[in-house]
Structures are given as structure tokens and as C-alpha cells.
Design a protein around this ligand. Structure first.
Ligand code: NI
Length: 234
């Protein structure tokens, strides 16, 4: 009787040991499979169709100090932005404008002297637009297609006057007024959304810092930064 008990105990121990071996083997296979899945996950994420696109646009430049600072930060992060330039600010900053084009940013028109286009004569408006396009073409070799009308003021007359396409915005952190990196970045992050166009001004260091912070934060949330053109074309 005692012998039988010992025998049964030995059999059970053997079964237990074998099952443990099988379980361990399976666990190893599962671990290997999960490991492989973890490696390929980032590629799958990139292929997801539900992409969140957002455009940062900068008005009133080029600025001799802040714009190159911004361009450096954008280049480091592989991000393309849109610049709506004042024709009157281009002289002496041609190299900055050339760099924008070289680095794949969208260059648009923001009039020559930051006038409200709806308050001047059609002839004056035409000149404001044409003189700015001429300056951009001379500096960067590209003829702008898009215009950001100062103060967002646009009407049917202007629509008929020019072939340029107006680009407005739907996120405005009032960066020029606030001049506070944290508040500006916070406003944009809070109001970010797919297809949003953000209005900024590359004439302030706080704006440059805020824009770069926004890029780093929103990229982690799955956003892709594109030019305004890429959002308008859809
Ligand atoms: Ni402006």
C-alpha cells in the first residue's frame, strides 16, 4: 500500500513536470510572437488611414532673427509650415525667403505693407499683391498662389480682382498679443484638431518656442504637420 502511494506520487510528479515543460515552451513561443508584433507596430501605425493633419502658418515675416530660429527648429523636426510674407519685409532678408522654399515650406502673400485690402481701391490692392509676389519670386524663385489677407478681410471684389486663393485659419492663440510661450502653446494644443489651420507670427521668440513645443507634443498625439495647401486641396 505504501509502495502504491509512492508510485502514484512519482507518476503525478512526472505528469506535472511534463506539463510545466509544455507550458514553458508555449510561453516562449508566445513571447517571441509578441516581441515580433511590438517591433512591427510603429509601421502599422504609420499606415493607419485616420491621420490627423494640422498646419502651422506664420504671418508678417520674414523676421531677420526669429524666422531663421524657427526654420532651424522645423528642419530638426522634419516639419513643413506655411509663411505668409510681407513684401515690404523681404528686402535684406532674401536669403531667409530662399531658404523657406529650399526646405519645402509654403510661401504665400500677406500684402506689401499689411493693409486691409477691403479698405483700399482695387488698383491699390492689386499693387499690394503684385509687388509682394514679385519680391517673393525674385528671392525664392516661386510665384505664390495663396494669400493671407491681413485681418482676414476679404470680399467678392477681391475674389474677382485676383486669382490668388485666400487662406484663413481656425485656431488663433493671439500670440502677438500674449507673447507667452506656455499660454500660446497651451491654446494651440487644446484647440488642435484634424484639418485645423493655426495662425501665428514668426516675429516673436515666444511664438517660435511655442510652435516647436506644440510640434513635439502633437506629434506624440499622432498629428502630422502639413502646409496649408495640403489641407485646402482635399
Ligand atoms: Ni498680419
Amino acid at each position: 500500500m505504501k509502495r502504491q502511494v509512492i508510485l502514484w506520487a512519482a507518476v503525478l510528479a512526472l505528469i506535472g513536470w511534463m506539463s510545466y515543460g509544455i507550458w514553458r515552451g508555449e510561453a516562449a513561443v508566445i513571447a517571441e510572437r509578441d516581441g515580433a508584433a511590438a517591433v512591427s507596430a510603429p509601421e502599422e501605425e504609420k499606415a493607419l488611414p485616420a491621420q490627423k493633419l494640422i498646419a502651422l502658418t506664420f504671418d508678417d515675416g520674414p523676421h531677420p532673427v526669429c524666422t531663421p530660429m524657427l526654420l532651424d527648429g522645423l528642419k530638426e523636426r522634419g516639419v513643413k509650415a506655411s509663411f505668409f510674407l510681407l513684401g515690404g519685409s523681404i528686402e535684406g532678408n532674401e536669403e531667409i525667403v530662399e531658404r523657406m522654399a529650399e526646405e519645402g515650406h509654403l510661401i504665400g502673400n500677406h500684402t506689401f505693407s499689411h493693409v486691409q485690402l477691403t479698405k483700399i481701391s482695387p488698383r491699390e490692392a492689386e499693387k499690394e499683391i503684385a509687388d509682394t509676389n514679385e519680391k517673393i519670386l525674385a528671392a525664392a524663385g516661386v510665384l505664390p498662389v495663396y494669400i493671407r489677407p491681413p485681418y482676414g478681410e476679404w470680399n467678392e471684389e477681391l475674389e474677382e480682382l485676383t486669382d490668388m486663393e485666400p487662406v484663413f485659419w481656425n485656431v488663433d492663440p493671439l500670440d502677438w498679443k500674449i507673447q507667452d510661450r506656455e499660454k500660446v502653446a497651451g491654446h494651440i494644443i487644446k484647440n488642435a484638431g484634424d484639418g485645423r489651420i493655426v495662425l501665428l507670427h514668426d516675429s516673436y521668440e515666444t511664438t517660435v518656442e511655442a510652435a516647436l513645443e506644440v510640434i513635439d507634443t502633437l506629434k506624440k498625439q499622432g498629428y502630422t504637420f502639413v502646409t496649408a495647401e495640403e489641407l485646402l486641396v482635399d
